[in-house]
Design a protein around this ligand. Sequence first.
Ligand code: XLS
Ligand code: NI
Ligand code: NI
Length: 440
Amino acid sequence: MYEKITIPTIRFEGAESQNPLAFHYYDAEREILGKPMKDHLKFAMSWWHTLCAGGTDMFGRATFDKSFGAVPDTMEHAKAKVDVGFAFMEKLRIPYFCFHDMDLVPESDDINETNARLDEISDYILEKMQKTGIKCLWGTANMFSNPRYMNGAGSTNSAEVYTFAAAQIKKALDLTVKFGGEGYVFWGGREGYETLLNTDVKFEQENIARLMRMAVEYGRSIGFTGDFYIEPKPKEPMKHQYDFDAATAIGFLRQYGLDKDFKLNIEANHATLAGHTFQHELRISAINGMLGSIDANQGDLLLGWDTDEFPCNVYDATMCMYEVLKAGGFVHGGLNFDAKSRRPSNTMEDLVQSYILGMDTFALGLIKAAALIEDGRLDRFVEARYASFKTGIGAKIIRGETTLQELSDYACAKKKPEAPSSGRQEYLQAVVNSVLFGEG
Ligand code: XLS
Ligand code: NI
Ligand code: NI
């Protein structure tokens, strides 16, 4: 339908190539640790940033015309976005997409009309999926833009609004299943509070859990076999958001018995907003068996909000893929570029360039993470660091064969402990640099 946009086919040309419209590191079929890169990385296009966001900010209008030749906010426009989106994914060989319900169609005042539009567009998308082989990584419901969600969706004070959140989740699950999506995300942008003076935190959290429980029951009843995810974020748009970080979300899921159906979708920029590194959030998820999927972007540590930049930091991407490889790789998850080009990067070529940057950064990250694992010095160091728990009194502690009394007797007999071994952080940082950049 929409043919005015010409998106070049992006091919792997290698690190030496100076062609900006080529991959320099992402070589989809290249085997890393016995698996092609594309299967390790499972890249996804975000419908919202890529096909909807025009670069508006608090102070200015859109700089990137994403009408794609159609009248904005019409079904013709919705279809043009599908056309452009699939052409884009094909040309860049992006195998998956992620979507919110409201990314797909203009929202009507009547939810029945919105649902009819979603039926129509999802038929159109499904056709394209079948033609191209492109798949859906995850779906979600936008429960933060419509003014009815000003006090939250699952956490709203209005039972009426709560039913609309439920209706949207039901429909978004229908769509996700229709697309064969592997995941369903809850990002609770409005699930939080501005002031405790008007908020019953316990009540709101219980209501969120009820909504999630109903979503799981409905999803499973219509054949959704993928993972549900919470995407933690500490703030923005709310001052305080309940899914603050991975540890908080895991505690919530366990408290309400949702931990069998849910994992986490970790976003790099949300991690740093919570005062953590990206790697920290991934590690906390992984050790709890909850590393589900990733929103691959990067923030700006000088700014206090979600800048959703395309990732270019190879060091962070390496540590991310290190955690993913160590956790055994993605099952239903993947790497969704929840990222947007900077506001002045306002051409289709910039958008293509942005994805090339992100995909190459993570390809490099994967290559370097595999090299770190194959190098083995980090693993060996960590293993050796805890050697005191392998024998003697340490081994007894681990086996659970001792008591506080016995440990106290041991310590008192020793008078003072042998000094713990050095952490050797600077040596390890040098090891990482040598693996990343070579010896000379
Ligand atoms: C916003 C979130 C959002 C989720 C999906 O900060 O990252 O884009 O990924 O609702
Ligand atoms: Ni996100
Ligand atoms: Ni975000």
